[in-house]
Design a protein around this ligand. Structure first.
Ligand code: BGC
Length: 262
């Protein structure tokens, strides 16, 4: 972690990653992709309605002492800054104008705060492409997160094609994330090898239609990549993500810095 002692990097932005169990935020040095100071984590409120989450984020920013613009991730499709799906979050998010919600609830001195809101996997994939150890900013890259659901980010030469939602491909004959997410492995008590066979089939389907040069696998289970990535036979280079739980925050910070509005 970068020390803030005495010198704060010039090129910084604040990112917040909203997940099912925790909301995490930090100031990010955009030259390095490292945090400036500590990451702050608070529990996601229950129920995780848009208003409750926005108020929790306000608490996090107050704790961080940050009053500037903020990038935020949500585990949903964000179209023109409006959340339009809610596969693994409170259904009240559907139709929520995130820019307005966060702008108003995070207002500074009565003025709406500048925010950029984007899909969590898109943020993480973008961060990997820019700051990851892997050479992921060239060609077509498919980034996937395996967790409660399956998130995806599609990148070409480091540029994001947002809201790809490949975890919801009907494969094989059902919502893919209900068959091959990390949560499904736990729920069905699958061995890594059994689960890897499912992931392999799914990746083959992705490769058949998208032809990525590289597939980056993220999410908590990517820490155990040695247990399952070697089992994959798919015809693409599959590499584990390197930023891990830093990726969402960093991607959110990049989004607000670039004033992205997917
Ligand atoms: C959602 C995606 C999200 C992914 C990971 C999926 O269920 O549809 O939008 O990126 O979970 O959180």
């Amino acid at each position: 972690m970068t020390s803030t002692a005495g010198k704060r990097p010039q090129n910084t932005a604040f990112g917040v990653d909203i997940g099912g169990s925790g909301i995490k935020g930090a100031l990010v040095d955009l030259d390095t992709g490292e945090f400036v100071g500590d990451r702050i984590r608070i529990d996601t409120p229950r129920p995780a309605t848009p208003e409750a989450v926005a108020d929790a984020v306000a608490g996090l920013l107050a704790e961080a002492g940050w009053s500037g613009p903020v990038g935020l991730t949500v585990p949903a499709v964000v179209r023109n800054q409006v959340a339009v799906t809610a596969a693994n979050i409170d259904p009240a998010w559907i139709g929520t104008d995130c820019r307005r919600l966060f702008g108003e609830r995070l207002a500074v001195d009565g003025s709406p705060r500048g925010v950029s809101v984007l899909n969590d996997a898109d943020a993480a994939g973008m961060a990997e492409a820019i700051y990851g150890d892997i050479d992921a900013d060239e060609g077509t890259v498919l980034f996937l997160t395996f967790g409660t659901g399956i998130g995806s980010a599609l990148l070409y030469n480091g540029t994001l094609f947002p809201n790809s939602e490949l975890g919801h491909l009907n494969f094989p004959a059902m919502d893919a994330e209900k068959w091959a997410s990390s949560a499904v492995r736990d729920r069905e008590d699958l061995t890594y090898r059994e689960w890897a066979r499912r992931v392999d089939r799914l990746l083959q389907e992705y490769v058949r239609i998208l032809n990525p040069a590289q597939i980056i696998v993220g999410g908590g289970i990517s820490k155990k990549h040695h247990k399952w990535v070697p089992e994959l036979t798919v015809d693409a280079e599959v590499v584990p993500a390197t930023l891990l739980n830093r990726a969402g925050i960093v991607g959110a910070a990049v989004a607000v810095h670039d004033d992205m509005r997917p």
